[in-house]
Design a binder for this molecule. Structure first.
Ligand SMILES: [Zn+2]
Length: 322
């Protein structure tokens, strides 16, 4: 479960230690844009504050929290449309006694979307805490948060996860292994992104296509057959570049013998094929070629031209740095 992974994270350990010793802050700002993890984290934080049995999701209090029906847990702004009227409701709820005679929690989701007027209304609660009210903002970025709010909240980060952890979680959720492998590799540590990618078989085909291309494209005459393929359509090229970079980085790890952790899974044979007859230097240059391709794309150069340039650059690097 994501909650088990969250419990192991440094961010959470710090938080729960503070809560256990009665030193929790009354206002937090949690930064992170993974909405799946964000939701799981809210539930875990609520259990940490309110459950008297370690927040293990085994008691009535925890059941209510996970079911979204605990009267001391309030989630605002799930739709990103919080208005000044809503803050009045929140402030009056905060002034009331807690139901279970403990903390009263106010989660403000999507805080990056809050207008300055709403933030200013909430500032009062952040500045002068009301009884046992704890206010926890979740924002994808701290940039839109007013400095006055920021300076009075304790900032922390939503945990990110390793590809291995995401892979295991997706598999146990029934995502087919091949899809889970790609989703985990491309997730960047975000469950939201992993679930999106894990739900789509097209990604598997594209990923396999990129492996086949990097293994099979050996000389400049080979390039043409890849240019017209689905790898380099306008829709797919962005993802193809992401896959290419991930695979080249792993091939570089294998070639350099650094022993660093690979992002791909069980592809050592293919990675060694890609690295064969070339050098770590050439693979490093090839990765730069992918970045150059991204820049060309964002400068509106056509997909086929970008692809052709990148593949030539990769072959040239291999030739020069044998
Ligand atoms: Zn519990």
């Amino acid at each position: 479960m994501i909650s088990d992974l969250l419990r192991k994270s440094e961010a959470y350990k710090e938080f729960s230690a503070a809560a256990a010793s009665g030193k929790a802050s009354h206002a937090y700002l949690v930064i992170g844009d993974d909405t799946v993890t964000r939701k799981a984290y809210m539930i875990l934080l609520a259990a940490t504050f309110l459950c008297k049995r370690g927040g293990l999701y085994e008691c009535e209090t925890c059941n209510r929290i996970t079911a979204g029906s605990h009267p001391d847990v309030h989630i605002y702004n799930s739709d990103g449309k919080m208005r000044v009227e809503d803050t009045n409701t929140l402030i009056s709820e905060a002034s009331m006694r807690s139901w279970a005679d403990g903390a009263k929690l106010f989660f403000i989701d999507r805080a990056e979307s809050l207008s300055p007027a709403v933030q200013n209304k909430l500032l009062k609660l952040v500045e002068e805490p009301e009884g046992d009210a704890v206010i926890i903002f979740f924002a994808s970025s701290e940039v839109p948060i007013l400095p006055t709010v920021k300076s009075r909240t304790k900032k922390c980060y939503l945990p990110l996860f390793a590809p291995d952890e995401i892979f295991a979680e997706l598999c146990s959720d029934g995502v087919p292994r091949a899809q889970a492998e790609i989703a985990a590799a491309l997730s960047g540590g975000s469950f939201e992104r992993a679930y999106k990618l894990g739900g789509d078989e097209d990604y598997v085909r594209l990923y396999e296509g990129v492996f086949a291309m990097l293994v099979g494209c050996r000389k400049s005459q080979d390039i043409a057959k890849y240019l017209g393929s689905e790898l380099f359509t306008k829709e797919n090229i962005g993802l193809t570049l992401d896959f290419t970079e991930i695979i080249l980085k792993d091939a570089l790890i294998r070639a350099s013998g650094s022993g660093a952790k690979l992002t791909t899974r069980n592809r050592d044979y293919d990675l060694d094929e890609i690295a064969s007859g070339t050098s770590a230097g050439a693979l490093a240059m090839a990765i730069l070629a992918v970045n150059k391709a991204r820049k060309m794309l964002s400068a509106n150069v056509g997909a086929v031209t970008v692809a052709e340039t990148m593949l030539f650059d990769i072959l040239e690097a291999k030739y020069k740095w044998r």
